[in-house]
Ligand binder design. Structure first.
Ligand code: NAG
Ligand code: CA
Ligand code: CA
Length: 342
């Protein structure tokens, strides 16, 4: 039964090609309580979020950004480069892989993003998303911390409320020193009122309590996400377990891509890689919208709002085969709803 449904999804998704102005299935999913597949229809897809994230900043620790796309425009007014591990990279922060560009598109793209009016703060910690050097990850995190403190100092009441997202998932036993340094920086970021979005990890069936930042999930300012398919079933790539607080879509997702034949294209879209980071992208976008909607709500209560809204209104992620309920699917309030700021 399930196999048949998945084939249906793959068939429709292959036939479908995103064009600017349409609503992608994953955005259609996150402002409602039910899965949009197996009969998703792009012509009636709807995404009607309560806000666009205006006035909030999302720090994106990844491979950088190709900022020329319409999806990040108009112009480059919404983009800031906070850090680039490679001082010789020109222009600073530019993406040579495509992962960071795709990730940024799902969080804050004008056409493919959850939160279309955030400030995009690019933190380039690696050229290759599969192998970041922990030294550069830690430097990137420190740069985020410094930038956020600077904003708060410059403008103590009206600073851009911040969210930080990265794809790092460290095995604590493999790199205990790196993990300790990372957790120390996360604690400092939380103390400065940043919301941190992390993933439950992609190491199949690993105990999430061996992974960081996943094992920090109990902190309300930190939100740890797992990944689902179009039917709200756990994606095979995603870990599950107690660390997964909320679930987001992670496959067959359209976003900005680097065109291998034309390095400066402004409108190129492609399916993103089948990776867990795209599930966390949705959570970061929702958190940014909440930060904008509730600017006086501190990071720990923003995290609580995000989880509780998903629990009450998002539907439930399920384990394939057993139908075990794994937790809530991420949910953004619509323009017709009125969540109360904590
Ligand atoms: C990580 O970067 C540091 C600083 O440039 C360097 O000393 C170290 O060798 C790098 N580690 C690896 C595994 O490449
Ligand atoms: Ca919808
Ligand atoms: Ca948490």
């Amino acid at each position: 039964m399930r196999l048949v449904i998945l084939i249906t999804l793959a068939t429709v998704a292959t036939a479908y090609e995103f064009v600017e102005g349409e609503v992608t299935w994953n955005l259609d999913r996150i402002d409602q309580s039910k899965a949009v597949w197996p009969k998703w229809n792009p012509e009636v897809a709807e995404y009607d979020p309560i806000g666009t994230g205006t006035g909030s900043v999302v720090y994106i620790l990844s491979t950088g950004i190709q900022g020329t796309h319409n999806n990040f425009g108009p112009g480059i007014v919404r983009q800031t480069v906070i850090y680039d591990f490679d001082p010789n990279n020109v222009p600073s922060g530019s993406d040579t892989d495509g992962r960071g560009t795709a990730l940024t598109g799902v969080i804050g793209g004008l056409y493919t993003g959850v939160a279309t009016d955030i400030e995009i703060a690019t933190v380039r910690v690696s050229a290759d998303p599969a192998s970041a050097n922990i030294t550069y990850v830690l430097e990137g995190m420190q740069a985020v911390l410094d930038d956020y403190v600077m904003r708060k100092t410059a403008n103590p009441t009206n600073y851009q409320r911040g969210v930080a997202i990265g794809s790092v998932s460290l095995d604590v036993s493999v790199d205990p020193a790196g993990a300790a340094a990372l957790e120390d920086l996360v604690a400092q970021m939380v103390a400065e009122d940043l919301v941190i979005i992390g993933s439950v990890g992609e190491s199949f069936q690993a105990d999430c309590m061996n992974l960081t930042p996943a094992r920090l999930y109990a902190d309300n300012s930190i939100i740890i996400a797992g990944g689902i398919d179009g039917l709200d079933y756990k994606d095979p790539v995603s870990n599950a377990g107690e660390c997964a607080e909320v679930w987001g879509p992670m496959q067959e997702i359209w976003s900005s891509a680097i065109d291998p034949n034309d390095n400066s294209r402004v409108d190129y879209y492609a399916l993103t890689d089948h990776r867990l980071i795209f599930a966390t992208a949705h959570v970061a976008g929702v958190a940014a919208v909440i930060r904008s909607y509730c600017p006086n709500t501190p990071s720990n209560l923003v995290g609580t709002m995000v989880i509780e809204y998903a629990l009450a209104n998002g539907g439930t992620a399920l384990m394939p085969g057993t139908e075990e309920e794994l937790g809530p699917v991420i949910r953004i309030a619509t323009s017709k709803e009125t969540p109360v700021c904590y």
